[in-house]
Design a protein around this ligand. Structure first.
Ligand SMILES: NC(=O)c1ccc[n+]([C@@H]2O[C@H](COP(=O)([O-])OP(=O)(O)OC[C@H]3O[C@@H](n4cnc5c(N)ncnc54)[C@H](O)[C@@H]3O)[C@@H](O)[C@H]2O)c1
Length: 383
C-alpha cells in the first residue's frame, strides 16, 4: 500500500493499519474540527484507530468523553497526534507552529490553499509527505461556502450600521426609507449563502455572475424578493449605489487582473464596506488581503475591507458537522487503499493532490508561484 508506512510514537500500529489523527486547530478564532464523534464511531466500528487531541472538539460541541465513547483515543497535545498517526485530518492549513510536527510518512488532508501560501508549500515539499487539499475535492460544493456567505452577510450588515462606520441604512425598508443596498458578486455556494441572509432580512440586492446558469438559478429562487440579477460586466454601474459589496467569486489565481480595481474604490460611497468572502490576496478585489477574526477589518482609500479567511470558524458546531460529513468518505478511502491508490480510484480526491514525496502536483500553485510541477494524472501514472 502506498502512503503511510511508518509506525510513529504513541499507539501501537498493526501492519498495514493506518491511524487517523485529528489535531486541534490553532488558527486564531478557529474552533472547527475535522471529525465529530459520529464519524469517529463509523471509523472505529470498522476497526480504524482514531487519535484525537484533548479538547479539540469542545468549540464544536463535542467533549473528550464523547470522542472516547465513539472509540477514539484522546491524547494530551498536537505533538502526540502527529507522532501517533499517519493520516492527519484537519480543517485549516498547516501553520508555522505545526511545521516541525510533520513527517514524510504523513498523509495530510485539510484545506491547504497552497497557491497563496508559499511558506506552507515549501514545508510540505521539504518534508515529502502526501498533501491533499480538501477544498479541491468537493464534487457537489463545500459545506463551508454557504456558512461563510451567511455569516459574512451578517458581518457586512453590522458594518453598514452607523456605530460601526457605516452609512446607517437599515436592512429592512421601513417608513419610506430605503433598505440597505448590497452588491453580491459570484452566485455560487457562498454567494447564495449571502443572498439567503440578505434577502431573508429584507435588503435590496444586486447579484452578478459570469455564469448565466448561476444568474438564472438565483433569479428563480428569489423571484419574490428585492433582487436584481445582472451580468458581471455591469459591476462598475452598480458599485456607486452599494452600501455593502460581497465578493464570492471563485477566482482564477493565475489571473493578473481584477474585477474591482483600486481606482474603482473612489466610485464607492465613502461609508460602504467590502466583504470579501473569497479573500484572495490581490484577486477579484485588488485591495484584498486575508484577515483573521482577531483583526477582521482594514481600510484602503477610506473603504473598509472585511476579509476573514475562516469565516465558518465563527459557527464551529454547524461548520464541523458539515465538513466532517464531507471528509469521512475520503478518510475511509485513504485508510483503506492508501493515499495514491485512493486518488487513482477517485478523480475528485485526486483533484486535491497537492504534493507527494517532494513533487508538486498542484497546477494552480505552480503557476501562481512559478514552480515546476508534474500534473496529477502523470504523477499518479508514474508513482
Ligand atoms: N472566507 C471564508 O471563510 C471562505 C469560506 C468558504 C469559501 N470561501 C471562498 O469563497 C469563494 C467562493 O466559493 P464557492 O464555493 O461559492 O464557489 P462556487 O464555485 O460555488 O461559486 C463561485 C461563483 O463565482 C462565479 N465566477 C467565477 N468567475 C467569475 C467572474 N470572473 N466574474 C463573476 N463571477 C464569477 C462562478 O460562476 C460561480 O457562480 C472561494 O474562493 C472559496 O475559497 C471562503
Amino acid at each position: 500500500m502506498d502512503g503511510p508506512r511508518h509506525a510513529g510514537a504513541g499507539t501501537k500500529r498493526r501492519h498495514g493499519h493506518v491511524r487517523i489523527g485529528v489535531p486541534r486547530e490553532i488558527k486564531p478564532g478557529e474552533g472547527r474540527i475535522a471529525l465529530l464523534p459520529p464519524q469517529v464511531a463509523r471509523l472505529t466500528a470498522r476497526g480504524r484507530t482514531v487519535i484525537v487531541e484533548r479538547q479539540a472538539g469542545l468549540a464544536s460541541g463535542a467533549d473528550d468523553d464523547d470522542y472516547r465513547a465513539a472509540g477514539a483515543e484522546v491524547v494530551a497535545d498536537g505533538g502526540a497526534v502527529y507522532a501517533g498517526a499517519e493520516l492527519i485530518a484537519k480543517v485549516k492549513e498547516i501553520l508555522p507552529a505545526e511545521f516541525d510536527l510533520l513527517r514524510p510518512e504523513h498523509v495530510l488532508l485539510t484545506n491547504i490553499h497552497a497557491a497563496g501560501d508559499p511558506l506552507q508549500l515549501d514545508r510540505l515539499l521539504e518534508v515529502g509527505l502526501i498533501a491533499i487539499a480538501a477544498e479541491d475535492t468537493h464534487q457537489h460544493g463545500t459545506t463551508n461556502s454557504p456558512i461563510a456567505g451567511e455569516i459574512g452577510a451578517l458581518e457586512g450588515l453590522r458594518l453598514t450600521m452607523a456605530p460601526h462606520g457605516g452609512g446607517g441604512r437599515h436592512f429592512m425598508a421601513h417608513f419610506g426609507a430605503p433598505a440597505t443596498r448590497a452588491l453580491v458578486i459570484g452566485l455560487g455556494g457562498a454567494g447564495r449563502g449571502v443572498l439567503r441572509t440578505l434577502l431573508g432580512l429584507g435588503c435590496s440586492v444586486v447579484g452578478l455572475d459570469v455564469d448565466p446558469r448561476a444568474r438564472r438559478e438565483a433569479e428563480l429562487t428569489w423571484h419574490d424578493a428585492d433582487l436584481t440579477i445582472d451580468d458581471i460586466g455591469t459591476l462598475a454601474d452598480h458599485l456607486p449605489e452599494a452600501d455593502a459589496v460581497f465578493n464570492c467569486v471563485l477566482w482564477d489565481k493565475t489571473r493578473g487582473d481584477h474585477l474591482l480595481s483600486r481606482p474603482m474604490l473612489a466610485t464607492m460611497k465613502p461609508a460602504a464596506v467590502i466583504v470579501d468572502i473569497s479573500c484572495d490576496a490581490g484577486g477579484a478585489i485588488e485591495t484584498s488581503r486575508p484577515t483573521t477574526w482577531d483583526d477582521p477589518v482594514y481600510q484602503v482609500d477610506g473603504i473598509r475591507h472585511f476579509c476573514v479567511d475562516n469565516i465558518p470558524g465563527a459557527a464551529p458546531v454547524c461548520a464541523s458537522a458539515g465538513y466532517a460529513g464531507l471528509l469521512l468518505p475520503w478518510i475511509e478511502a485513504v485508510a483503506e487503499l492508501g493515499a495514491l491508490a485512493a486518488c487513482r480510484r477517485h478523480p475528485w480526491l485526486a483533484r486535491g493532490l497537492t504534493c507527494a514525496q517532494g513533487t508538486l502536483t498542484h497546477a494552480e500553485a505552480a503557476r501562481v508561484q512559478g514552480r515546476d510541477f508534474v500534473p496529477v494524472d502523470d504523477f499518479l501514472a508514474g508513482a
